[in-house]
Write a protein that binds this ligand. Structure first.
Ligand code: ADP
Ligand code: MG
Length: 717
């Protein structure tokens, strides 16, 4: 009798030689595969627990045995047969070898074959009984044939009589590293049979299970890999089975609980700043306004200022579609902090944006006594040192910059307010890094990627939410059109007309990493081509990420002043860039951009009074997914709709750029598919942390979650 497996048993220790046809070296392969899937750098640390959480990607019903006589052309079916004649022969002049056998049941004969797997010959001697599962085709000689079927022997000499791969409902796994579904299935079956089920103690309070009608943890794991013969397989395939719901809920629940605990912890420690709101401050904030704020802007500013005036540190997310006017709110809030004698910091993801914000802010605050400075990585060392010193001495009131703000050497004298713009480009850790430099400062994060609620909860569940749901007056919806290469001349003609009316144009090239050089070349060559051959009468600027800061500044400045009419750019202009007189954007290779990115890009136009256009020029080789993306862009200007669709098409990890955005990766849950469970998990977590705060159940949950290192709560009291 083999020993019982524990959840913490490393996969390396599995005795896989006990499983027929699964080699011991597979233990290493599978550990490596799981490690890669869950992002664990050390495969030695991958355990049985991780393996059990690697859920099937789908399920197949192979339970009904079919007789050969009943097989249908192109249908998947399982049959039980006895091998008759087996053999291997070469085809294509010896380059390929086919192994095949014929086999029979009492109703007929079939042929099964494999490419280049001659070693199978020993496995199928005459008389061997075998279950075969695959897609059956009527072959030339009238026999049914199957290529590369799943098989399972039914001989008496092997001890486990229960078939795993055929003649039942089977899980189908995603390939893990080099390991295909079938050996994985064998391993999973082996592990489940030897599992020490006493290990599966319930983690969630009983009353929560009854309230949410979820099954126990142990039942969930018992069912989810090999569903019972009478289980509704459609539910399993939709990830809606009771087993799925239970495991998915739990995953969301821990995250929601962690967010709640973190938030309570933060609220318990009062902030080190004291912000005073009086008439002088109000006047200072009002006096800098270059335009009449929208009602949404006023409401949101009030929410922010109320937070700042309270003793709890602010942790607020400001969401507003591209162009909704978030910048001025950030500046006004910064003024509030500065008026109380604190420093403010604004961190943005690109140098172009930092530069623009700094210019803009200096202009808006020109009449004020505040000192505003720009801090980016490409400043000279001497200049950086000067600014570092001035920040440390408290001489700088408002510093605007990139990641350079969180580099070693940046010490604030009294940082009281932190804004992070275009938060989706930063990680949670970077946010924390900047906050650490102040006394638990008020923090505002802003994003133009309107995030669906379920995602907001998982990404920013520890933040309060403010939403700008109104555009500045006079904005007309941007007209978006998808065009092909055949329309290029017409488009140029159109651009010519637009520029003659005094407006400006962006032409954007994709910059994807693997072909970065090529794309730069494209943008550069295209700018050259446009200058010489297409629009010799206009001035054309070129900006891309590989240029020096001063060069970028010069080009952007020229465009902002209207001295150049066309700006050819890579996606460095994707976020934040604000030139209201630019009313048309032409996106080259639009099929290569993601939806959210296209929406961000499009947001660069439509900021002035003129009717704005976005032309998406797409290559002819569009995938159906690309076609869907482009159609959505044509149909809506609404950022929320765009990002909902984007999530649907690409999934959360892709959309948010998992690693950099700090979005937690879920092992079983999918925040798009399972958004209802996200809500329920959040509700339950809030309930346990408020209403049932002092219960033993909550104490136990808190104890459990502190042991799960990934939530980083161990140190929170
Ligand atoms: P985003 O929310 O995308 O960061 P910005 O803050 O860059 O948007 O604002 C977009 C443009 O709209 C800017 O040119 C800004 O000056 C202008 N703007 C913002 N609010 C108003 C308003 N209330 N009235 C008129 N123009 C505004
Ligand atoms: Mg902005």
């Amino acid at each position: 009798m083999p020993r019982l497996l524990k959840l913490a048993t490393p996969l390396y220790e599995l005795h896989l030689h006990e499983i027929p046809r699964v080699a011991t070296k597979t233990a290493q392969k599978i550990a490596a595969g799981v490690a890669a899937t869950i992002g664990e750098p050390n495969a030695l640390l991958v355990t049985v627990d991780d393996l059990l959480n690697n859920l099937p990607m789908r399920y197949e019903d192979r339970s009904n045995l079919t007789k050969i006589r009943q097989l249908q052309h192109n249908e998947f079916a399982t049959i039980e047969v006895e091998v008759r004649i087996a053999g291997t022969y070469a085809v294509k002049g010896g380059k390929l070898r086919i192994f095949e056998f014929s086999a029979v049941d009492e109703s007929g004969q079939i042929r099964a074959y494999w490419w280049n797997q001659a070693y199978l010959q020993q496995a199928f001697p005459r008389g061997r009984k075998v279950l075969l599962y695959g897609q059956w085709r009527r072959g030339k000689r009238g026999f049914f044939e199957v290529e590369n079927p799943d098989y399972e022997f039914l001989s008496d000499d092997e001890d486990n009589a229960e078939p795993i791969h055929t003649g039942r409902r089977v899980p189908v796994y995603r390939k893990l590293g080099e390991l295909r579904s079938k050996p994985l299935r064998s391993i999973m079956h082996y592990v489940l049979e030897r599992m020490d089920w006493a290990e599966f103690t319930e983690t969630l309070p009983q009353e929560m299970l009854s309230r949410t009608q979820l099954i126990s943890r142990i039942d969930a794991f018992k069912q989810i890999h090999f569903p019972a013969d009478d289980a509704p397989l459609a539910l399993y395939n939709a990830c809606k089975s009771p087993a799925h719901q239970r495991l998915i809920f739990e995953e969301f629940f821990w995250l929601a609980l962690a967010m709640g605990i973190r938030r309570q912890g933060r609220e318990a420690s009062p902030k080190g700043t004291l912000i005073e709101i009086n008439d002088r401050v109000r006047e200072a904030v009002r006096s800098i306004l270059p335009f009449k704020p929208t009602n949404a802007q006023k409401r949101v500013l009030k929410e922010i200022v109320d937070d700042m005036a309270s003793t709890k540190p602010m942790n607020r997310l400001l969401q507003g579609d591209v162009g909704s006017g978030k910048t001025i709110i950030a500046i006004q809030a910064a003024v509030v902090a500065i008026e109380s004698g604190y420093q403010s910091a604004l961190m943005v993801p690109t140098e172009i944006l930092a530069e623009q914000h700094a210019k803009n802010t200096k202009r808006i605050l020109a009449q004020s006594p505040y000192r505003v400075e720009l801090l980016t990585g490409s400043l000279t060392a001497a200049k950086k040192r000067d600014i570092h010193n001035a920040i440390e001495a408290g001489e700088v009131d408002f510093v605007i910059g990139t990641h350079a703000l969180i580099q070693e050497g940046v010490k604030f004298s009294k940082l009281g307010f932190v804004v992070i713009d275009e938060q989706h480009r930063f990680g949670v850790l970077q946010r924390a890094e900047l906050m650490k430099r102040g006394y638990n400062p008020d923090t505002l994060v802003m994003t133009a990627t309107p995030i669906p609620r379920s995602l907001t909860m998982t990404l920013y569940g520890d933040l309060d939410l403010s939403i700008i749901d109104e555009m500045p007056p006079g904005r007309k919806p941007i007209i978006t059109k998808v065009r092909g290469e055949d329309a290029r001349n017409k488009i140029y003609h159109f651009l010519d007309g637009i520029i003659r009316q005094g407006q400006q144009v962006y032409i954007v090239y994709p910059l994807v990493e693997e072909s970065e050089k090529l794309d730069l070349l494209n943008a550069t060559q295209m700018a050259e081509h446009l200058r010489t051959a297409v629009f010799p009468q206009f001035r054309i600027g070129l900006v891309h990420g590989k240029m020096k800061q001063e060069e970028k500044d010069a080009v952007m400045d020229e465009f902002r002043r209207g001295a150049s009419q066309i700006l050819v750019a890579t996606t460095v202009i994707e976020v934040g860039v604000d030139v209201p007189n630019a009313s048309v954007m032409l996106v080259e290779h639009a099929e290569r951009f993601g939806l959210s990115q296209l929406h961000q890009l499009r947001g660069r136009v439509g900021r002035g009074d003129a009717q704005a256009y976005c032309i998406l020029l797409a290559g002819d080789k569009r995938t159906s997914e690309a076609r869907e993306r482009l159609t959505i862009m044509e149909q809506t200007n609404d950022g929320f709709k765009v990002s909902e669709k984007d999530l649907e098409i690409r999934g959360p990890g892709e959309v948010m750029g998992t690693r950099q955005s700090g979005i937690p990766t879920f092992r079983v849950g999918n925040i798009v598919r399972d958004r209802e469970l996200v809500e329920i998990a959040k509700r339950e977590a809030d309930y346990m942390l408020t209403e049932r705060r002092n219960s033993r159940d909550t104490a136990k949950l808190v104890e459990l979650i502190k042991k799960q290192t990934k939530y980083g709560l161990a140190s929170i009291g």
